[in-house]
Design a protein around this ligand. Structure first.
Ligand SMILES: C[S@@+](CC[C@H](N)C(=O)[O-])C[C@H]1O[C@@H](n2cnc3c(N)ncnc32)[C@H](O)[C@@H]1O
Length: 325
């Protein structure tokens, strides 16, 4: 890690992260809480609100430009000037560029299958806080964990272009990406790992409705232990999508690459959220895993046995292949 970045990262220790009052529906603020064990660990001196937590670098830029625009409005109210009018117009234009970007690329890409759109919508309407408070999930899951239908289409293309037959997904959540991949004709099987037994029951009706239940093998448990089991079974995957707990990304990658079989010859790994809301280079205390993701990116770059390309898709996807294949 370069010194400047390390300095910046140190500014935001976990004790600065938000804790919402027990009575708040956001007692475990979105994206801050993956692990129930984290609950209650953080103070909230910064007054972070859930709506301040954005999902991608673009979302973050739009949010910042909105705030800048509001500041210009306030300044204009006090002292109207041509400069402020110009500044406002420039901010609004920059905002329109970024704001329209994701919608445009989604509109002119093939659409996601309707079942995936429906699953994504249902996932956003599900009361994950209630499920967690009832003790049905260990983790406080939040709808925005779902990669979304556009990213599902991207993954489908990667699977199609690589002619992937066996796919491993580490982190299934509501199964939108699982179903997207299982719907690819060349894919025979998607092995989906998750730690939450609740998701098995929750997702099964959708897997059946999509007509791909027989192609999906859900393995519940800690993904690292499941990887050990899959390795013992001699399982081999053409495509691996890593999208579970961010602090374990390095372990997942190393475990897969340590095995002679888990990653098939000419197989590839796609790791999600690698630019993590741009927080590795513009830190903000609300983004809890920036050090983990930054360490993962450095680790990938420093492994001499792999080649990688980081794609600025949504929250960033890195494609990793064994060198020389
Ligand atoms: C970001 S979500 C996955 C989203 C999904 N790929 C999609 O795009 O819809 C992460 C998932 O990883 C699971 N998870 C977190 N820690 C885990 C662990 N140690 N082992 C297995 N699964 C884990 C969570 O339960 C959650 O469902």
């Amino acid at each position: 890690m370069d010194e400047r970045l390390s300095e910046k990262l140190e500014v935001s220790r976990p004790d600065l992260f938000a804790q919402f009052p027990d009575s708040s529906p956001y007692h475990h603020p979105p994206t801050l809480m993956y692990n129930a064990a984290d609950a209650g660990q953080y103070a909230n001196p910064l007054g972070i609100r859930p709506e301040d937590i954005k999902q991608t670098p673009h979302d973050r830029i739009v949010h910042l430009l909105e705030q800048a625009s509001q500041s210009v409005d306030s300044a204009s109210a006090l002292s109207p000037s041509e400069h402020l009018v110009n500044a406002k117009a420039l901010i609004e234009k920059a905002k329109a560029i970024v704001d329209g970007y994701d919608s445009y690329v989604t509109e002119y890409s093939s659409p996601a299958p309707p079942i995936v759109e429906r699953m994504w919508k249902d996932g956003h309407e599900h009361d994950w806080a209630k499920v967690y408070l009832e003790g049905k999930t260990k983790l406080r899951l939040i709808p925005d964990m779902s990669a979304g239908s556009y990213e599902g289409v991207v993954l489908q293309h990667l699977a199609k272009m690589s002619n992937a037959r066996a796919v491993l997904e580490i982190g299934m959540f509501t199964g939108t990406t699982t179903v997207s991949l299982a719907l690819v004709p060349s894919v025979d099987k998607v092995t989906a790992l998750d730690i939450e037994i609740y998701l098995l029951e929750h997702n099964l009706p959708n897997f059946k409705e999509a007509g791909v239940a027989s192609k999906i093998d859900v393995r519940i448990g800690n993904a690292l232990e499941t990887l050990d089991k899959l390795d013992e079974e001699g399982a081999s995957f053409d495509m691996v999508f890593i999208d579970a707990d961010k602090p374990s990304y390095i372990k997942y990658l190393d475990r897969i690459l340590a095995s002679p079989t888990l990653l098939a010859k000419r197989g590839f790994i796609a790791a999600d959220n690698v630019v993590y809301k741009a927080s590795p280079w513009v830190p903000d205390p609300v983004y809890k895993w920036r050090e983990d993701l930054h360490a993962f990116n450095q680790h990938v770059r420093n492994r001499s046995d792999v080649e990688a390309v980081m794609l600025p898709i949504e929250d960033g996807i890195t494609l990793i292949r064994r060198k020389g294949e």
